[in-house]
Write a protein that binds this ligand. Structure first.
Ligand code: SAM
Length: 276
């Protein structure tokens, strides 16, 4: 019987965010694999988890895979954690999970915090469709190149950024997206100085430069798509207009008139009118 590989999410700041299932799993497995064993040992101690811990990071992931898979094949259960949040999300683990699957090892996720989802959920930026790009390149040319590919994408874009580069990245974003684009900066999520600002890029630059402390910590940036913003504004116009028109005339006439006034597609206006 092969063992199970558990992919266990841990808190991104506030230790109360660990799940009951995560604690139970970390207590019950034979081994915990962690990026930084010293950091993770503190978390295990906090929850009175006595399971042995072993290092598993970007530098040894490939070589360590063989040993880990052997253990799993012998029936051991192993949990993978990262320094914070969900393993594999801008963190090591992909190679291990992929090799485990190829070796028919059962891989079980124990879901929990992830900075990108926490940020998206509280940003006020459209959340129906989004893409996550991890960390942007550290070199400015490469960063601007990738930012340019985001300009007309129809979905929300989410990236991680470090305190070292937050100002440089926001400055490049201003150059690429201009002043009006709606962006959210989510900083120190779940921690004492949690800050979630959804505004335009110049205001975020003001915030970051107004106090050196504002540049410290961990950041998620969310870039709203230009199209979504326009769509929301158009919907807002229709929400104001259609009830008034519909109180005076039928939905079909109201939709025609709304389409004339706003320039929005007639069929779309009709759809919104009959949904009132
Ligand atoms: N695996 C993690 C997850 O699920 O979110 C991400 C790990 S990645 C190496 C670390 C980056 O995630 C940080 O540099 C920051 O961009 C983001 N991050 C992690 N914790 C955060 C927090 N509490 N607040 C804001 N961003 C955070």
């Amino acid at each position: 019987m092969t063992g199970t590989l558990f992919i266990v999410a841990t808190p991104i700041g506030n230790l109360d965010d660990i799940t009951f299932r995560a604690v139970e799993t970390l207590k019950s497995v034979d081994l915990v694999l962690a990026e930084d064993t010293r950091h993770s040992q503190k978390i295990l101690n906090h929850f009175d988890i006595k399971t042995p811990i072993s290092a598993f990071h970007d530098y040894n992931e490939r070589e360590k895979c063989t040993t880990v898979i052997d253990k799993l094949k012998k029936g051991e259960s192993i949990a993978l954690i990262s320094d914070a949040g969900t393993p594999l999300i801008s963190d090591p683990g992909y190679v291990l999970v992929s090799v485990a699957k190829k070796n028919s090892v059962n891989v079980v996720p124990i879901p929990g915090p992830s900075a990108l989802i926490a940020a998206l959920s509280a940003s006020g930026i459209p959340s129906d469709c989004f893409s996550f790009f991890g960390f942007l390149p550290s070199k400015q040319n490469a960063r601007i190149k990738i930012l340019k590919t985001f300009v007309s994408r129809p979905e929300t874009i989410i990236v991680y950024e470090s305190p070292k580069r937050i100002l440089a990245t926001l400055t490049d974003m201003l150059f690429v997206f201009g002043e009006a684009r709606e962006v959210c900066l989510a900083k120190e999520l779940t921690k004492t100085f949690e800050t979630i600002l959804t505004t335009n890029i110049p205001s975020l630059i003001d915030y970051i430069t107004s106090d050196l402390n504002h540049q410290k910590g961990e950041f998620v940036l969310l870039i709203s798509s230009s199209g979504k913003k326009i769509q929301l504004e158009l919907d807002q116009q229709l929400d104001n207009l259609l009830p008034v028109l519909c109180s005076e005339m039928g939905a079909s006439k109201a939709a025609k008139l709304a389409a004339k006034i706003t320039g929005i597609d007639k069929k779309y206006c009709y759809q919104r009118a009959i949904e009132l």
